[in-house]
Design a protein around this ligand. Structure first.
Ligand code: THU
Length: 160
């Protein structure tokens, strides 16, 4: 028997100004996208912006439904749209922002498990770590690769 520890790694920035320009643009797009979320049930608006290998930026936001499970998170809305419009174009980076009930930026955006699994799929397809930017009012977390968000994950090689 042995105990195994997995480490995750990310960088915390105190302000968007500390980030590279490309990251900043993506964060601003995610913040903008959050404003258009359809979230009448939770009041929690989330926006996501995806940078693709062809330079395009695709955005999405959460889409809720009276039948609750029929809704979809911002991250998957953006990633699925990106893959639907630009099949086989790798995802380079994704930024996620949230707005709380009073329409002010919320605490660090933390993607749900299902969205992490979907990011993992596209990272495996791209063959390169996706840059993940988790936004909030007063800090930003930057992660290079899904392993820091979803360690010990299920992969397509596991389907045998
Ligand atoms: N939500 C997202 O869009 N992304 C996340 O990372 C977490 C949660 C949405 C789902 C639902 O519409 C609302 O936020 C409250 O859970």
């Amino acid at each position: 028997m042995k105990e195994i520890t997995l480490q995750i790694k990310f960088t915390e920035y105190e302000a968007t100004a500390q980030l590279p320009e490309k990251d900043n643009i993506l964060i601003m797009k995610a913040r903008d996208a959050a404003k258009n979320a359809y979230a009448p049930y939770s009041g929690f608006r989330v926006g996501a912006a995806v940078l693709l290998g062809n330079g395009k930026i695709v955005t999405g936001n959460n889409q809720e439904n009276a039948a609750y499970p029929s809704g979809l998170c911002a991250e998957r809305t953006a990633m699925f749209y990106a893959s639907a419009q630009y099949p086989n174009v790798p995802i380079i980076a994704i930024a996620v922002s949230t707005l709380n009930h009073s329409a002010t930026p919320s605490d660090i955006a933390k993607p749900c498990g299902a969205c992490r699994q979907v990011m993992a799929e596209y990272e495996d397809l791209a063959g390169k770590p996706i840059r993940i930017l988790l936004d909030s009012t007063n800090k930003i977390f930057a992660l290079n690769g899904i392993d820091s968000l979803l360690p010990l994950r299920f992969k397509k090689e596991d389907v045998k």
